[in-house]
Design a protein. Structure first.
Lengths: 368, 279, 322
């Protein structure tokens, strides 16, 4: 079902800043939308307002054209999975899954059929008689998923459901959530602070910070075309190399970027955005994956030496000191360099990002 | 941590002496309750004798001890029930909802612990008197009157203790139930209360002990109809001679249930006695 | 309660007013629902709060009122006398004497029970076997009714056949009449009070010690810091909030001492053991001077309020409460 947030505002009594500051958002029917942002950015508050656990100060929430802003949580036909809670400790697995069905006074036989069906869907049908003490953390979170599914909600809300699990289990359950989404075709809204999780899961990523939506887009759009410096910095690990700089007009119509210790020529795709920016301060960025090691000197190259090497597995993250700046560079493990080795970095024009230093907005919109 | 043997021996000696000092008077006194009247008082003390229940019989039936026991039970259980009924919802709100005055109100509740009973007892006596004379509402020497008065020390303690138990549970527990089709009260009843039940039992027991042992307010506000056990204990002493055997029989009746409850409760006892301030 | 009603009301609202944009245009039922959501904590707190105002605050106001008039149980006329009752109380030797006695109780019972309780808490960490049994034994006095404790010690201290004198007699010490003599009665009552309450200090301190993190202590020991310095510089400062809570509770309780004294000496001999609670009780119920007792109780409340506010301020700096 399509979820629509209009001018949503939420302030808490104990804070001057709005937790959610007038946001507007459309989540299409059947989409898996991920709310991504650092802690305190308002993503969880937004989700809780959709669930009805927080009452917005103003604004509207509709699900499939139905205004649910003032409905009690139980009447919203949504389901929610929480980060720090998965099973009611006084009930066994079966009764946990049946619990939402008792609320709608379903008949015993039908409850039994539904519970077994849903339990099989999340692979816990062999655990039904177990108590909370006899299931693992991952299994308990499957119980929570089953309990959420059992009422066939119009929207699934998930508040960092994988954060408390260990890394291996997290990847496994992530894949299952993706599969559940594909099988059910229901709208999912997933909250996380983990950008890798957001990338792998989301059809659509909503990046939030300080109660505002920073960018909405498909994972690739957010990764390759960040709309502002915050998104550029937050999305991607290791994070983007960023430096302050000043734009200069070049004889012959081009632009050069003066960075601390060196300068670069800017490719033509920035020219529109820079029309009125000559002499202005900007933030320049390039991802560690986009920097190449080259042998010969040339345009947009700086030389330096390796200061630190971190092994990431098949690839290494090396930190290069060049022009008195430290650059993170990702290289194949085979091509990796030793600490102290001299090297030359090349910044490809097509991979650069530029942001206005005043408002941190991108000077280029790849997405159009 | 390894402790030197000499230090450990020293600790054992001192602690055993301390334990003896605590337990000896209690045991010696309790034994007297089983002594026949002729050896209540004897010097040197008689340690070997045929134990008898005649003191208990006398206290319980001849001196209507069963009535006082009943009164004590009604007042203690009644006032704990009222305190739980009022205090548990309040504790839940303090643990869960953020609102502006919550912190100040919780501190105010602790400050009630400082009020000496005379400050409350005296006006209560006068108020009950005026209510009776003026409006014909008799609360003096009644169970409801005492049960209301006991809320002065029970209710703040119930709220503080229960707030601690609620705060230990994730809010997501009842929120989950609310999203799954229950009202907040429904979620509280079906999900939260079963989980927090051991905490309620511990709170009830500790408050019962306080109400059961209470003497001062009962002395002022209870009369012939509502006399409690602690009040009657003194009646065996203000006579020409003290009926020690009978007195210790009453003491035993007062002490025994509390000691049993304490053994059940001992892990939660500190939390309750310190008002749960330390968490 | 609020959610259910709000939910169904809003369903009706939804049927008729599905196109409402902001709060101002919303019907009464919706605004009522929002109100119950925003003020929901009062539904839970109000009953308890009302009762507490009734049983604690109202009596204090009532007492303050009564203290400004001359009210006795015997007479019907109640003339306004202003602060005269307070003056009379402060000028009354017996009141001052009982206030002094109360202070004596507070100082000696609190410090005695604190030192003893702290010492036992330190000692019990040195042993392993029998800790549980020891703890169980030490809990017993706390849970006994003070009146039972008082009566029990009356018997223990009886000059003719009491166990204490019998025990002393085994060592050739002649019988003492500790409760009958002005010089020893007060100390004896204080000792009994300590007997009952030092286990409470012990329990609190021990619980506090159990919550201390291990890392700083292990680290200090690795660095070769002496036990005494560890105690001075780590244990004591880290236990500060716990110590303050123990002291606060003991002070408040010692200040209100009534039960034990009532049954052991009833204030005598010659008012040497009379506490404020006992004196005010007598003023009101034996001598029927209600107003004067009310004035005294207000003074007492101010006094304990001042002491505990000071301790509270100290405590508040250390622990975040609520």
């Amino acid at each position: 079902m399509k979820v629509l947030l209009q001018n949503l505002v939420k302030r808490f009594a104990d804070s001057d800043r709005a937790a959610v500051n007038n946001i507007n958002l459309v989540i299409e029917a059947g989409e898996l939308a991920v709310l991504l942002g650092p802690s305190g950015c308002g993503k969880t508050t937004t989700l809780r307002m959709i669930a009805g656990l927080e009452q917005p100060d103003s604004g509207r929430i509709t699900i499939a054209e139905r205004d649910i802003t003032d409905l009690a949580p139980k009447d919203r036909r949504v389901a929610m999975v929480f980060q720090n809670f998965s099973m009611y400790p006084t009930m066994n697995v079966y009764d946990n899954i049946a619990f939402p069905l008792h609320a709608v006074k379903m008949k015993r036989g039908e409850i039994d059929r539904t519970v077994r069906e849903v339990a099989a869907l999340v692979n816990i049908d062999h655990l039904l008689e177990r108590s909370v003490r006899q299931v693992s953390g991952g299994e308990a979170q499957r119980v929570a998923l089953a309990r959420a599914m059992v009422r066939r909600p119009e929207v699934f809300l998930m508040d960092e459901p994988l954060s408390n699990l260990d890394a291996k289990l997290r990847v496994q359950l992530r894949a299952e959530i993706k599969r559940l989404h594909q099988d059910t075709g229901t709208t999912f809204i997933f909250v996380t602070h983990d950008q890798e999780e957001a990338m792998t899961l989301g059809d659509k990523i909503i990046v939030m910070n300080n109660g505002d939506i920073q960018q909405v887009g498909r994972p690739h759009e957010v990764f390759f075309g960040p709309r502002n410096a915050f998104v550029a910095n937050f999305v991607g690990t290791p994070s983007m190399n960023m430096l302050p700089g000043v734009v200069r007009n070049e004889n012959g119509g081009g632009y050069r970027l003066q960075l601390p210790g060196f300068d670069l020529s800017l490719p033509a795709r920035f020219h529109d955005g820079l029309a009125a920016m000559a002499g202005n301060r900007v933030i320049w960025g390039i991802r560690p994956e986009a920097i190449r090691l080259v042998a010969e000197p040339g345009e947009n190259c700086v030389s330096g030496e390796v200061e630190l090497v971190e092994a990431l597995g098949s690839r290494d993250l090396i930190f290069v000191r060049a022009a008195e700046q430290l650059f993170g560079v990702i290289v194949d493990a085979q091509e990796s360099l030793a600490v102290g080795a001299p090297c030359r970095l090349h910044f490809a024009g097509g991979q650069m990002h530029l942001f206005d230093a005043e408002n941190e907005r991108s000077l280029l919109s790849l997405t159009k | 941590m390894r402790v030197p043997t000499s230090e450990r021996v020293f600790a054992y000696v001192i602690l055993i002496v301390m334990a003896m000092l605590v337990i000896a008077p209690v045991l010696a006194g309790s034994i007297t309750a089983f002594k026949p009247q002729i050896i209540w008082v004897s010097s040197p003390p008689t340690w070997v004798f045929e134990p008898t229940l005649e003191n208990f019989e006398f206290v319980f039936f001849t001196r209507k001890g069963w009535v006082y026991l009943r009164n004590s039970l009604i007042i203690s259980i009644g006032s704990v029930a009222v305190a739980l009924l009022l205090g548990v919802p309040a504790a839940y709100a303090f643990a869960r909802f953020r609102f502006r005055s919550s912190k100040a109100l919780m501190q105010w509740l602790i400050s009630l612990r400082m009020i000496p009973p005379i400050v409350v007892g005296l006006p209560f006596y006068a108020m009950f008197l005026y209510l009776e004379r003026g409006l014909g509402i008799g609360l003096r020497d009644t169970f409801p009157g005492l049960i209301i008065t006991y809320q002065t020390f029970l209710l703040p303690l119930v709220i503080w203790m229960m707030r601690g138990y609620f705060a230990e549970l994730p809010a997501a527990m009842e929120e989950s139930a609310m999203v799954e089709g229950y009202t907040r009260l429904g979620a509280l009843w079906r999900v939260v209360l079963p989980v927090v039940f051991p905490g309620i039992v511990a709170t009830a027991i500790l408050n019962f002990i306080f109400a059961w042992n209470e003497f001062f307010l009962a002395l002022i506000l209870a009369g012939n109809r509502t006399s409690t056990l602690p009040m009657t204990a003194g009646t065996y002493i203000v006579r020409t001679r003290v009926e020690w055997g009978n007195l210790f029989a009453v003491n035993m009746i007062i002490m025994a249930p509390v000691i049993v409850l304490t053994i059940i409760l001992r892990r939660q006892l500190v939390k309750g006695l310190t008002f749960g301030i330390l968490e | 309660m609020s959610t259910r009603r709000g939910g169904s009301l809003v369903n009706i609202k939804y049927m008729f007013h599905s196109d409402i944009a902001d709060n101002q245009g919303k019907p009464f039922s919706t605004r009522l629902y929002q109100l119950t959501q925003r003020r929901r904590h009062w539904f839970f707190i109000a009953p308890a709060l009302i009762i507490l105002l009734l049983v604690v605050i109202y009596p204090i106001i009532f007492s303050t009122g009564v203290s400004l008039f001359r009210v006795t149980f015997a007479s019907q006329s109640r003339p306004f006398v202003g602060l005269q009752n307070f003056e009379r109380m402060l000028g009354n030797d017996d009141f001052i004497q009982s206030a002094f006695n109360t202070l004596y109780y507070v100082v000696f019972s609190v410090s005695g029970s604190f030192l003893l309780g702290f010492a036992v808490a330190l000692l019990i960490r040195r042993i392993t076997a029998g800790v549980e049994l020891l703890r169980l034994i030490l809990i017993i006095p706390i849970t006994m009714a003070p009146i039972v404790v008082g009566l029990m010690w009356n018997w223990m201290l009886d000059p003719l056949f009491g166990l204490v004198n019998w025990f002393l007699g085994l060592f050739g010490i002649p019988g003492q009449t500790m409760l009958a003599h002005a010089s020893t009665a007060r100390l004896t009552v204080v000792l009994v009070d300590i007997w009952q309450w030092y286990p409470l200090v012990f329990l609190i301190i021990e619980a506090g010690m159990a919550t201390l993190p291990r890392a700083p202590f292990e680290s200090a020991r690795l660095e070769g810091v002496s036990s005494w310095m560890i105690f001075r510089r780590l244990t004591l400062p880290m236990l500060r909030p716990v110590i303050l809570v123990a002291l606060l509770l003991r002070t408040v309780d010692a200040f209100r001492t009534f039960d034990i004294v009532r049954v052991m000496t009833d204030g005598g001999p010659h008012l040497t053991t009379e506490t404020l609670s006992l004196y005010l009780y007598r003023t009101a119920f034996t001598f029927s001077k209600l107003s004067r007792a009310a004035a005294g109780s207000i003074l007492m409340l101010l006094f304990i309020g001042l002491i505990s506010a000071l301790m509270f301020r100290y405590l508040y700096r250390d622990v975040e409460m609520g």
